[in-house]
Design a binder for this molecule. Structure first.
Ligand SMILES: [Zn+2]
Length: 283
């Protein structure tokens, strides 16, 4: 399972991708993954369904993801595709998962960034799909990533707090998450979000690790924190239930099916399992 702590398993070709002729020369022998602007892709539960390039290279909808070994791989923006990334991501090998996350994040951003936020004119893809440039004022636009914090909250007895949102599948529980706001640090987002959602004051906020979360354009940043008290108050309606677990209680609840954990490719799942294994610390 990828922990997103080593180098990526593909080369993004940052040094050569502004050479348009070089990028175009890669196209005929490349492998292509179809991706929609809403994150559907050509894949099946066992893996990504790569295809040979069809037609001429079009730098406005063929985006160079990079080189996997010597193999050039592109994402092609398509109108429809058979599955969502969520439906297949737990079944992908690490290398394919990281390529798929990149493709979904990149194509989704291109699909939403057709107009310049500065002057309103249209934008065009540049750098082999790395960025977009405004046709009016010329400003360069880079893919947005929205940071979100996700927090494993422990009490004085080393119990873990899990909660559930009403929109989640039945019996799904997870650690707590929220977006960072303008002008605050990630640690401050942890303090604010948890005060807002569950009324807890936290101490010892410690960074654990991060992973991209292209739904549609987040970066999940994991933390561990200690609650000053175990007195949870559900304040803003986002969380419908919150419950403290000992390790044996959670293991039993998972075994009985009373609790379903988040998807295995999520940082939330890794954080919870790390705590169960007694090794919840910086990655
Ligand atoms: Zn502009």
């Amino acid at each position: 399972m990828s922990t997103w702590t080593g180098p990526q398993p593909f080369d993004r070709c940052q040094d050569r991708r502004f050479d348009a002729d070089w990028v175009a020369s890669l196209w005929p022998a490349s492998r292509v993954l179809g991706v929609t602007g809403t994150g559907r892709l050509t894949a099946s539960p066992g893996g990504l369904d790569w295809s040979a390039p069809a037609g001429a290279y079009d730098d406005q909808r063929h985006y160079l993801l990079g080189l996997v070994g010597d193999q050039a791989v592109f994402a092609e923006q398509v109108a429809d595709a058979p599955v969502t990334l969520r439906e297949v991501m737990d079944g992908l090998a690490d290398a394919e998962l990281e390529v798929a996350f990149t493709a979904a994040a990149l194509v989704g951003w291109h699909a939403r960034a057709g107009f310049c936020p500065v002057c309103g004119a249209g934008t065009v893809a540049a750098g082999g799909g790395l960025l977009r440039q405004c046709t009016g004022c010329g400003v360069e636009l880079h893919p947005r990533t929205d940071p979100a914090v996700i927090v494993a909250i422990l009490d004085a007895d080393d119990r873990l707090l899990l909660g559930r949102q009403p929109v989640w599948p039945e019996r799904r529980y997870s650690v707590f998450a929220g977006f960072a706001e303008a002008g605050e640090s990630l640690e401050q987002a942890v303090h604010r979000e948890m005060a807002e959602e569950i009324g807890l004051a936290l101490a010892d906020v410690t960074y654990l690790g991060s992973q991209p979360w292209p739904f549609p354009q987040s970066l999940m940043v994991g933390f561990r924190a200690r609650a000053a008290s175990a007195d949870v108050r559900l304040l803003d309606g986002e969380i419908e239930q919150a419950r403290w677990f000992t390790r044996s209680e959670l293991s039993a609840a998972i075994a009985s099916g009373e609790v379903l954990l988040p998807m295995t490719t999520s940082i939330a799942n890794r954080m919870i399992n790390s705590w169960l294994d007694g090794r919840l610390g910086p990655a």
